[in-house]
Ligand binder design. Structure first.
Ligand SMILES: [Zn+2]
Length: 394
């Protein structure tokens, strides 16, 4: 074959792949109950997706010539799940782990930590189409406990240069409270983060650590405190500071049936509950603190979103966090918490969190009505990211 013909063939095949890719981002989902995420529910409606974005979300049915149409047969569509704090990284099992996240309904994950390079590699593998996966927002870490302010600042700048927008997995000593050194480093990195346009996220698991973080200028908290009660006045101060907080309330609640089917309560790492709970008061009281403090934050008006701080099976982790949230929140609250509030936490409110025209077409479809109970959010049938079906369990 001549070189010209070979080149033409290559271009032709590349062109086909390109066209297919674009076609995959156009889709019609019709005959669905649509939970928009802004308080609106459309009992029977249709979603038209063009170029990976929501072109129309409206009552009635729809079909567009030349675009693949999916009949939802009355199933429910809602915004794809976002986990604001989930431990993911690159590695030999990344393909399977990412598919498990998609199968559970997750379309966006803010990496909870691990080496920044590994997070960036994972994101790259997904963006290039080497593996299927949710939208990954990589993160990095700066040490607070042993660092010096100037070095901590330099680390923030280096991470920003790598393309990291979220710096996290940094904890403050919960009791008796953060050390002077931790706070000195924290104030330095908060200041530096503003200069280079990145976000600082803190693990503050006691009310005193939480308030110290807020006073140091932190506006992203990855945990609900589980080491003491959060006072209403403090929660109001957190709200006034514009703080966004993630749930992770399943952290205190025993996990069953994931690590072994022996009916033994376990912490999220598979070790015995409550003994293995990190940084708490003991005897499992962390579960109570988490749940009640969650409601205190919510009622004070904190932008309260969804995060699991897990790395075990995503569907089991979803079931666990939803079960824990269900103790204190209505399903309407949970929908707001998971959708718009978590989109706000990851600073993507204009792109994600609700099914409104113009936003990215990230959709999860369930065989069941979540408005009748959170457990119907576990009956995932379709996961669509940017208009592309990445999990089909129909
Ligand atoms: Zn974490």
């Amino acid at each position: 074959m001549s070189r010209v013909v070979t080149l033409a063939l290559v271009l032709f095949v590349w062109g086909l792949a390109h066209v297919q890719n674009l076609a995959g981002q156009d889709l019609v989902l019709t005959n669905a109950r649509i939970i928009v995420g802004n308080g609106t529910v459309i009992d029977r409606g249709a979603i038209i997706i063009r170029n990976g974005r929501l072109a129309s979300v409206a009552p009635g049915t729809a079909s567009v010539p030349g675009i693949q149409t999916i009949d939802a047969y009355g199933m429910t569509a809602m915004p794809g799940f976002i986990d604001g704090h989930r431990h993911v990284n690159t590695g030999p099992n990344e393909k399977q782990q990412m598919q498990e996240l998609l199968d559970a309904g997750y379309t966006t994950v803010l990496s909870g930590g691990g080496p920044a390079e590994g997070n960036l590699t994972l994101k790259d593998h997904i963006d290039k189409g080497l593996i299927k996966g949710p939208r990954i927002i990589p993160s990095g870490r700066v040490d607070l406990a042993e660092n010096a302010p100037e070095k901590a600042r330099a680390e923030v700048r280096a991470l920003a240069k790598q393309g990291i927008k979220f710096i996290g997995e940094m904890a403050l000593t919960p009791k008796p409270g953060p050390t002077a050194k931790e706070l000195e480093n924290l104030r330095a990195i908060v200041d530096e983060s503003k200069k280079v346009g990145v976000w600082i996220q803190i693990h503050a698991v006691s009310p005193q650590a939480m308030m110290a973080a807020v006073d140091a200028g932190v506006i992203k908290l990855v945990h609900t405190p589980h080491f003491g009660w959060l006072a209403q006045e403090d929660a109001q101060r957190v709200t006034a500071a514009g703080v966004k907080q993630l749930s992770t309330i399943g952290f205190g609640v025993p996990v069953f049936g994931v690590f072994a089917n022996d009916n033994k309560p376990r912490f999220r790492d598979g070790k015995p509950w409550p003994d293995a709970i990190i940084d708490g008061e003991g005897r499992g009281r962390e579960a109570g603190y988490k749940a009640v403090n969650a409601r205190t934050s919510w009622d004070a008006g904190v932008i309260y979103g969804y995060g699991t701080d897990t790395n075990y099976n995503p569907k089991a982790g979803l079931a666990h966090e939803l079960k824990s949230l269900n103790l204190m929140f209505s399903i309407e609250d949970i929908i707001k918490l998971m959708g718009p509030n978590t989109a706000s936490y990851i600073e993507m409110s204009d792109q994600l969190g609700t099914l409104e025209p113009g936003k990215l077409a990230d959709i999860v479809v369930f065989d069941g009505n979540p408005l009748e109970g959170y457990w119907n959010m576990l009956r995932t049938k379709l996961t669509i990211k940017g208009g592309v079906i990445l999990s089909d369990q129909r």
